[in-house]
Design a protein around this ligand. Structure first.
Ligand SMILES: *Cc1c(COP(=O)(O)O)cnc(C)c1O
Length: 427
């Protein structure tokens, strides 16, 4: 399928007059329609709740949109918890799914009443020591080990992942937690990332539901929720087919009725912690072609770089590129599309077939709405870009300003050099 930008060239030109490139642009309409569809797909489950994985797109204005559809926040760090609290999330609206957790983060999570999802059996003692008690409601993260397969396809390698407890450990953990006063239990697992198949959640659900039934029988624990976590992917490539969330919801319902209902667990609430699926397609990195270079290859140099979107450099990830205004032009040129970092992996695309690019053309890098801006960094002293929300009515709003040199130097502000460092910065 052809990938179409969610914004027109005309609108982008209007935006770039006010906010220079590069910036991340988000599509309110797309975010809303998708959040609504997710909610409807799981409406059959009474306690269903999506905890948006804040790390994917930590912008309060975007998370506020999701809150209108009943979403809470899935956090795994102090600042993510602080953001959830600032957004008015209370108690059960926050899932704290962290790992290798620092003491102060458990303290803060308890203080604001977040549900704690323990990554490891040793964290029981740690949590108790640090916070003085074990909460009445608690969750454990499960890792069945081995390879995670759907039919014969290897989806991911949980046995090689740092997360979660082994089967033996989670049974032991439930017993210990119960003896320490826990009354309500949840289980969680994240076994494959960016899955582009409607079978991932139902397959994962079967694994989790079967363990839940055994846990209940063997430990007598009252399991009130099962958290399918993240992992529903998006079609980054134009030849991929998007997941159908209705089919996924129905697939999970079938397994729920097969496994949980007969075990007398038909009141268990299902939770999800989707990140990529909620925001990925509804954000783009917009950048301007500012250089062309003809050496052993053809290069287009952009005003954005890997510091604005790390996925291609980090994982060799594919992000589709539309040259705005040339949507229907033939892709008869082959380019490496690069940023300006002194790092040869700073390439948004390698040997990409694109229409002829002129200097000043606007490039729309698709599917940057999750794990895009948020993975940004300051290497080479590059500054983070602005984030802009394209609203349903066609107007737009800056929802995070671009970094300034003062921000980059801010951690020197207690040193005499700070004045010198910032004397040329626009005040
Ligand atoms: C990253 C993460 C998610 C979200 O993953 P997506 O691939 O964006 O859906 C959910 N839960 C936990 C614990 C995570 O670490």
């Amino acid at each position: 399928m052809k990938k179409k930008p969610f914004v027109t060239l005309e609108k982008l030109k209007e935006i770039t007059k006010e906010y220079p490139t590069p910036f991340h642009l988000y599509d309110e309409k797309g975010i809303r329609e998708n959040a609504k569809a997710l909610k409807e797909a799981f409406a059959w489950n009474k306690g269903y709740k999506e905890y948006f994985a804040v790390k994917a797109t930590p912008n309060p204005y975007l998370i506020q949109i999701l809150q209108e559809y009943g979403c809470g926040c899935d956090c795994s760090s102090l600042t993510e918890l602080m953001m959830a609290k600032a957004l008015g999330c209370k108690g059960d609206d926050i899932m704290f799914s962290s790992n290798a957790t620092p003491a102060n983060e458990y303290e803060y999570a308890r203080k604001i009443g977040a549900i704690i999802n323990l990554d490891d059996i040793t964290h029981i003692d740690f949590l108790e020591k640090v916070t003085g008690s074990i909460p009445k409601k608690i969750s454990c993260r499960y890792n069945p080990g081995g390879l995670f397969k759907i039919s014969n396809d290897i989806m991911d390698n949980p046995g090689d992942a740092k997360y979660g407890m082994t089967t033996e450990q989670i049974f032991e953990a439930f017993k210990i937690l119960k003896s320490k006063g826990a009354q309500e239990f949840g289980i969680h697992a994240f076994l494959a990332s960016n899955t582009v198949t409607n079978d991932y959640y139902p397959t994962l659900a079967k694994v989790l539901f079967e363990v839940a039934v055994k846990l209940k029988e063997e430990t007598g624990a009252k399991i009130t929720f099962i958290n399918l976590s993240g992992g529903i992917g998006i079609p980054y490539r134009p030849d991929q087919t998007a997941n159908d969330i209705r089919v996924i919801g129905e697939g999970v319902r079938k397994v729920y009725e097969e496994v949980l209902v007969p075990a007398g667990m038909g009141d268990v609430a299902l939770y999800t912690e989707l990140g990529r699926f909620m925001m990925g397609p509804y954000g783009a990195l917009v950048t301007t072609a500012i250089h062309e270079k003809h050496t052993y290859k053809e290069y287009i140099g952009c005003d954005a770089c890997a510091a604005n979107l790390m996925r291609p450099a980090m994982y060799g990830a594919y992000h589709h590129i539309t040259v705005m205004g040339k949507e229907d032009a033939p892709c008869d040129h082959t380019y490496d599309v690069t940023g300006s970092l002194c790092e040869n992996n700073d390439k948004f695309a390698i040997d990409r077939k694109l229409p002829k690019i002129e200097m000043g053309d606007l490039l729309f890098l698709h599917d940057a709405g999750a794990h895009g801006f948020s993975m940004g960094y300051n290497y080479n002293g590059k500054l983070r870009s602005a984030e802009i929300l394209l609203k349903e009515d066609g107007s737009y709003q800056m929802i995070r300003r671009a970094e300034k040199p003062q921000d980059y130097f801010a951690t020197f502000d207690c040193f005499p050099i700070y004045e010198k460092l910032t004397e040329d910065a626009e005040k």
